[in-house]
Structure formats: structure tokens, C-alpha cells
Design a binder for this molecule. Sequence first.
Ligand SMILES: Cc1cc2nc3c(=O)[nH]c(=O)nc-3n(C[C@H](O)[C@H](O)[C@H](O)COP(=O)(O)OP(=O)(O)OC[C@H]3O[C@@H](n4cnc5c(N)ncnc54)[C@H](O)[C@@H]3O)c2cc1C
Length: 431
Amino acid sequence: MAWDFETDPQFQKELDWIDQFVTEEVEPLDHVLGFPYEVQNPQRNALVKPLQAIVKERGLWACHLGPELGGQGYGQVKLGLMNEILGRSKFGPTVFGCQAPDSGNSEILAHFGTPAQKAEFLKPLLNNDIVSCFAMTEPQGGADPKVFRTRAERAGDEWVINGEKWFASHSHVASFYILMAVTDPEAPEYNRLSAFIIPADTPGIEMVRNMPVGFHGTPSHAYLRLTNVRVPADHLLGKQGGGFVVAQTRLGGGRIHHAMRTIGQVKRSLDLMCERVLSRQTQGTLLADKQMVQEKIADSWIEIEQFRLLVLQTAWKIDKYKNYMMVRKDISAIKAIMPKVFHDVAARALHLHGSLGVTPDMPFAEQVIESFHMGLADGPTEVHKVTVARQLLREYQGTDGLFPTGYVPTLREAAIAKYAERLEREVEAAA
Ligand SMILES: Cc1cc2nc3c(=O)[nH]c(=O)nc-3n(C[C@H](O)[C@H](O)[C@H](O)COP(=O)(O)OP(=O)(O)OC[C@H]3O[C@@H](n4cnc5c(N)ncnc54)[C@H](O)[C@@H]3O)c2cc1C
């Protein structure tokens, strides 16, 4: 019987190595470097490239990808256990070659790209020589792909693209964008969009604004305007009208990878919370001795464990079925619970640190804002809850009866009919 919650000892050794390496070499980068994606920054490269070389040497580079693309093909469970550690540091995923959105973009390039597209865009992306951007959301709405207006029209052997994109993360440092545009406005709703690869230096792209998240972050989410942007016909990624399929392929993995990294963040908050309450006294006892403080610790641990088990079980299902469509409900469930666990644990940690907790000297205020990022990017929580409910309801059907199938009088009547004879025999025998 297979029902196993243990990591195999060989891989545990790798995890122990990753843990120590991240603690000693990678986490300190967060305090001396700004933005992990500035691949043109010589200071960043002087510190990051040697660490990336060590990771490659150890065979832990780009583990989200199969060996044919230079990864280990570890699958989602192993990746999950790794990402729990990498998620503690802003630079962790970059040092290990599995940072969003490049990881998802490389997956779709690997999946839908032509050999020429792979040579030009995928190869340098996998090596982190360049970084990329995924531009789908538009100013008038992001949660509903049916409202997108950016238009791509065929003119000879080129596509001409006009429109606006919103919150195009990392576009200021990206070498290319994977951009969704309407190619077939009259087609059924989910066949209107197509995906394009657009080199960032293509004329006609204007950055209207570049926004940070919260007050202290690096501005890295751009409002883009595209005016008569021309790309060759072969810059279509996947089929014409197949943009939705391309996006879904990317988002399934992207969502669970965010969740894996979030586990790293919330575990860190819990560690800091526990350390603090065991260090600080008030009214004659440690904070750790107060029951309302203990409740915060207990709730945080319980929520993290529930979340982690759901993430790892979903990762296991992805490895088993090798089909994201078969785990849509599970991934949406993770996506829906992630911001709440993240927010609640970070908020408790912030609160238990008192005034210190609200300052940028501790990570919690940033984490609380980041929890809202997790609730919005790749689709808002409400949309994912609707997916969970719809998928779940497909497993059920209504009843024609006047009363529900759990109506006790009906159940009792049926049980009496089933056992009446035997019960009567028992009564007679006892008499
Ligand atoms: C930090 C960050 C990074 C991002 N990076 C990218 C990126 O790189 N590329 C990209 O294309 N996009 C990116 N996004 C955009 C993200 O995908 C959108 O914010 C998201 O899809 C929601 O779209 P919106 O912001 O337009 O909100 P809206 O679509 O206006 O939704 C606003 C709110 O309305 C409610 N709502 C929406 N739909 C429903 C519904 N069906 N039922 C009930 N309530 C609903 C929800 O509360 C939702 O939060 C990023 C967002 C953030 C915050």
C-alpha cells in the first residue's frame, strides 16, 4: 500500500545542501542587490553568476524542465520541496534557474516554439542570459480574457499589433515579451486570442508607466502602449487562435510554483514569530506563555501544514497524470487558499513583533502586500473558487425526489425494510 509522506534519503541530502547554500550564499544577496532580473547589471552578475555556476555544477539548474532542455526533469514533488527553500529568498529562484515568469515562458516556448524560436529565445532564456515578460492583462481588465482588445492584424508576411497592456511584469528588463492579442475577433470566445513573441526593442512599444508593488518595491510592472508594432509572421507562438491554450499551459505550472515558494515565505514568518515570542517578556512572562499568543502560533502552524499537504498532493497528481487539465480543481484550490494563508501568517507575525513588525526592518509588511499579489496574479481568488466549485459540482447530480437523499425519515424507512425480517428473527430467538 503506497501512502508515503517521506522524502527519499538521497534527495533529502540534496535538500540539505540547498538549504545550507541558500542560507549562507543566496539569502544575503537580498540585502545587497536590488532586483534579481537585472541581467545587464555588472554588480548583480558578479555575485549571481558564480552561484548559478555552482548550482549548474551540482545538477540543480532549471529543475522544472526535462533533461532535453538542460533541467533534471525532477517533476513537481521534488520541485515543490526545492521551491519551499528557494522561496525564502528573492534571489533563490534566479540562482537555481527557475524564476517566474521566465520558468513559465520557457515551458511554453519548449512546448509550442518552432526550432528557430527555441534557438533565438529559449536557449538564452534558459541560461538566464536574458529575461522575459508575459503580457496578457489590459487596463480595462485582467481577470476575464474575453475583454482583451489588443489587436494583431496580418499585413503581408508581418503581424501589426496595436493596443495596451497592463502590469506587464519585468518588461523594463525583458529582451522579449510573450504577448496575447486578438487575431480572430469573430471566432468563439476562447479562440480569439493568439500568442506572439515580441522582441522588446521592436519600434512602436511605449512604456507609459512602470509601477512598484507597495511602497518600497522596485518599479517592475509596466503599463505598455503598442502602436503599429510589426513582427514577422513567424513570431506567432502556437496556432492562430490558440492563445488561450498557450496561456493555460503556462498558468497551471506557474500557479503551483508560486504556492511552493509561498510555503517558504510562511515557514520563515512562523520561525521568526516563534523566536520572537520566546524572546520577549511582558507582565512577568514570556509572550509565548500567553494563550492568545499560543493560538496565533497554533493557527499558523495548522494552516501552513494544511496548505503544504495540498500543494504537495497536487504536485504528486501532476507527476502522476502529466496533464494539468486533470488537476484544474486542485490547482485552483491552492491558488485560492494561498493568499489567505500567506496574509494571515504574515499578519500574525507582524502583530506579534509589535511596532517593529510594521517597519521595513522586518519582512512582514512586505509579505502582507505580497499576499495580495498572490491573490491577483494569475487570476483573482474569486475566479479560482468558482473553478473549484464548478469542477466539484461536475462530480454530483441533483435528485428528482421531493426530499434530499440524506433525509433521515426516508433512510430510516429503507433501513427498516432491509433489516426488519432479521431483526424480527433475533427478537423471536431471544424470547
Ligand atoms: C504583482 C502583480 C504582477 C502581475 N504580473 C502580471 C504579468 O506579468 N502579466 C500579466 O498579464 N498580468 C499580470 N498581473 C495582472 C493580474 O493577472 C491581474 O491583476 C488579475 O488577472 C486581475 O485583473 P485586474 O487587475 O484587471 O482586476 P479585475 O479583473 O478588475 O478584478 C478586480 C477584482 O474584481 C473581483 N473579480 C474579478 N473577476 C471576478 C469574478 N469572476 N467573480 C467575482 N469577483 C471577481 C476580484 O475581487 C478581483 O480582484 C499582475 C498582477 C499583480 C498584482
